[in-house]
Ligand binder design. Structure first.
Ligand SMILES: Nc1nc2c(ncn2[C@@H]2O[C@H](COP(=O)(O)OP(=O)(O)OP(=O)(O)O)[C@@H](O)[C@H]2O)c(=O)[nH]1
Length: 358
């Protein structure tokens, strides 16, 4: 009997150890299953917006993280344009990869460890206790950096395994590139190739969306028709190629002075149109004056001599009693009123802003 007691105790100890191991294996298996489910959702994301949502919201919830953030290189600012006002919290767009290079150096491996305010402060909105930082590379180039933050200091320690995180970084780099390419293709069909601003097709679609929103939320909506003055003479004097440079410069200059939620498109020829949601008469006039003034102030270096360029702008506002009216008709009226105002601006001497008097 006495001999059996230690054996029994050892057995019990072994059974407990086995139990603990089994529990850990089950927990790991469950974690793996959750991880795989999220991976499938990343791969299946139908748009960039959906991909960002899986990454920034779902990962945080499913893995009970305190913060997830993503820094994305957006040198051409095309993502800023694509996402517009719909930029999700936790996403930061960077003009180049320099900051990511400083963070990750040449390594492909995730960095795990304590949160250091000086080093990690700008990656997270709040102070964390431990972090995991994943470099996302495509063809060797750093294109993004994903950051997981936890208030639990033991969640990410330097000696913890990084296999799953490495796998996530690999999958994410492919998913991100594919989502970005998809968005670029969409954008290409909606962009004017010469000036780089949206085309008329996009504008017509956007106009209906903005009118519906302005009506629902009772916000003002302003429309600008912008036309380069004496453009035929610019073409005749400096050549068609120089005329193209003028068009591109003017388009980009207008774009550069609008807010993220505004829309600018090339209507055709040397005409541009813009929509300014939530801008009333006075604000829209100020914006239009600023655009006009900026273009008039800077000659375009498109030929041997700088070319002085001016534009005329017609301004109209969505009316007040629009409740029962159809958005298509409202859009036509809005554009027709801005066009009329532009016609008056031309007649009154060009290089000016005229508001629709209706
Ligand atoms: N370089 C270039 N010229 C274009 C393009 N599209 C249209 N044009 C030219 O734009 C000119 C427009 O001339 P008009 O409509 O007479 O207008 P304007 O000379 O600007 O005169 P106002 O608008 O009355 O000040 C025409 O000569 C077109 O050939 C383009 O893509 N590139």
């Amino acid at each position: 009997m006495d001999d059996a007691a230690p054996l029994e105790a050892e057995n019990q100890h072994l059974r407990q150890q086995l139990q603990a191991l089994l529990q850990e294996a089950r927990a790991n298996e469950e974690k793996m299953r959750r991880f795989e489910r999220l991976e499938h959702r990343l791969i299946g994301a139908a748009s960039l917006q959906e991909l960002l949502q899986v990454l920034l919201q779902d990962y945080r919830q499913v893995f009970a993280l305190d913060e997830v953030s993503l820094a994305l290189v957006d040198g051409e600012q095309e993502l800023a344009r694509l996402l517009g006002a719909a930029q999700p919290a936790g996403l930061r767009l960077l003009p180049d990869a320099a900051a990511l290079q400083r963070l990750h150096g040449e390594t492909d491996l995730p960095q795990l460890g304590a949160f250091k305010p000086a080093r990690h402060g700008e990656l997270f909105a709040h102070v964390m206790a431990s972090v995991a930082l994943l470099p996302i590379r495509r063809h060797g180039r750093l294109i993004a950096s994903l950051h997981f933050g936890s208030l639990d200091a033991l969640r990410y320690t330097p000696d913890a395994g990084t296999q799953l995180l490495q796998r996530l970084a690999g999958i994410l780099s492919v998913c991100l590139e594919s989502a970005l390419n998809q968005e670029r293709l969409k954008l290409a069909g909606l962009t004017d190739a010469l000036t780089g601003v949206h085309n008329r097709r996009y504008f017509e679609h956007r106009c209906l969306v903005e009118i519906a929103q302005a009506r629902r939320h009772r916000h003002p909506l302003a429309c600008l028709f912008l036309d380069i003055d004496g453009f035929k003479a610019i073409n005749d004097r400096h050549g068609h190629a120089a005329g193209d440079v003028v068009l591109r410069t003017v388009g980009q200059s207008i774009l550069g002075q609008l807010r993220a939620g505004d829309t600018i498109a090339r209507w055709g020829g040397e005409e541009f149109v813009a929509l300014l949601p939530q801008a009333g008469q006075q604000q829209a006039r100020e914006i239009a004056e600023r655009i006009r003034g900026r273009i008039a102030a800077q000659a375009v270096a498109a030929s041997e001599q700088p070319i002085a360029v001016t534009i005329s702008i017609g301004l109209s506002l969505l009316g007040h009693d629009i409740a029962g009216r159809e958005p298509g008709q409202l859009a036509q009226d809005l554009l027709a009123a801005a066009d009329q105002a532009l016609y008056r601006a031309k007649r009154e001497g060009r290089n000016r802003v005229v508001a629709d008097s209706a």
